[in-house]
Design a protein around this ligand. Structure first.
Ligand code: F6P
Length: 378
């Protein structure tokens, strides 16, 4: 499919949770595509929903100016799944609609900036015959086959700053402070910020904890004269029992053979997740009881996704955006533009979609945390 004017015509969208660096990536791609290659660029509003409803905006050089440092996304975003969209009260596969809109707009390529869900959407559009590129964005850093993702470095700075700041209250009041950090089911963000912020204990989903182990670390600190502790807790971290319950429910949902069984398994998984939702507060109560130290919780939440991207994310997003424009110019599609060392690499989307990058138990960061005496709750 080729644009009618001769110049390549490209669409771009941002999908999934917003993340620092999205605008830097739009700018990096756009400036290279327009300024260097003479392409035309349009942006679809609000992720997949704008693509399905063909809500777009023209992105010229002026629209790309002044956005490098701006948080969020100038295009808006949503978490839709293209093959399961709620339309007129029913769930519908909107891939054919996207294929129609792509042709109607005379597009030669579609650039999709997002995380794991976006990689799966991108794969579906590749399978439908569209020329798609994916750029890895997420504060969670959980995308397979890329060294890192843009948004992660900024979120790490924010979470590290928060850990730094809670130290003074923990120290002054002789308290335990649990700082809950995002990351979905991956521990990258908590581990990075926990190490950088000097948390005394770091709890991540990949290493199920026991309250007894955490309490022992805290008591040993008290015995050494440090009557306070700062604990970095990933939102997905669970004790050994909850981890087993969750994994069993997840396995059941994955292996269900009939639609009825799938519905029941999904409802059970949702119930388990719901029961575990307040896990950081539960842990706080348990630690207070076990150690006798006053315990408080700070949930960082969306603060971690907000505001201006740090320099590392601006650099990464610009590099990936520019590399994506090179791929469009060369006619290479169906790939994610990955960060690899100091360069970039085009990785087939089939190696990315549906995969999650978790922290391996033997990862160097885990070894380093243990070596400096940080408790990991196991
Ligand atoms: O993927 C980014 C992320 O912030 C996760 O860390 C978190 O679990 C999730 O998004 C929150 O999603 P939502 O924005 O839908 O509340």
């Amino acid at each position: 499919m080729t644009g009618s004017t001769g110049a390549k015509r490209v669409g771009i969208l941002t999908a999934g949770g917003d993340s620092p660096g999205l605008n830097a990536a739009i700018r990096g791609f756009g400036k290279t595509a327009i300024g260097h290659y003479g392409m035309e660029l349009i942006g679809f509003r609000d992720g997949i929903s704008g693509l399905v409803e063909n809500r777009s905006v023209n992105l010229d050089a002026g629209a790309l100016s002044g956005i490098l440092t701006v948080g969020g996304t100038i295009l808006g975003t949503s978490r839709d799944k293209v093959h399961r969209m709620h339309v007129d009260g029913e769930v519908r596969d909107m891939v054919p609609q996207v294929v129609e809109n792509y042709a109607k707009e005379g597009l030669d390529a579609l650039i999709m900036l997002g995380g794991g869900g976006t990689a799966k959407n991108a794969m579906r559009l590749v399978d439908a015959g569209l020329n798609v590129l994916h750029l890895p964005k997420t504060i969670d850093n959980d995308i397979a086959r890329t060294d890192t993702t843009f948004g992660f470095a900024t979120a790490t700075e924010i979470a590290t700053d928060a850990i730094d700041r809670v130290h003074s209250t923990a120290h002054s009041h002789h308290r335990i402070i649990l700082t809950e950090i995002m990351g979905h089911r991956a521990g990258w963000l908590t581990l990075a910020a926990g190490i950088a912020g000097g948390a005394d204990i770091i709890l991540i989903p990949e290493i199920p904890y026991t309250v007894a182990s955490i309490a022992e670390t805290i008591r040993a600190r008290t015995a050494r004269g440090s009557s306070f502790s700062v604990v970095a807790v990933a939102e997905g971290a669970r004790d050994t029992e909850d981890t087993a319950d969750y994994e069993a429910a997840r396995l059941l949902a994955k292996s269900a053979k009939t639609p009825e069984a799938a519905r029941a398994a999904k409802a059970h998984l949702a119930h388990v997740e719901d029961q575990q939702r307040e896990h950081t507060f539960t842990l706080a109560r348990e630690l207070e009881q076990a150690t006798g130290l006053e315990t408080r919780v700070t949930i960082l939440g969306y603060v971690q996704r907000g505001g201006t991207p740090c320099a590392a994310d601006r650099l990464l997003a610009t590099r990936l955006g520019a590399a994506a424009a090179d791929l469009v110019a060369r006619g290479e599609f169906g790939v994610m533009v990955a960060a690899r060392g100091e360069g970039t690499e085009a990785v087939p989307l089939s190696e990315v979609a549906g995969k999650v990058k978790l922290v391996p138990p033997d990862h160097e960061w885990i070894a380093a945390a243990r070596q400096v005496g940080t408790g990991l709750g196991d």
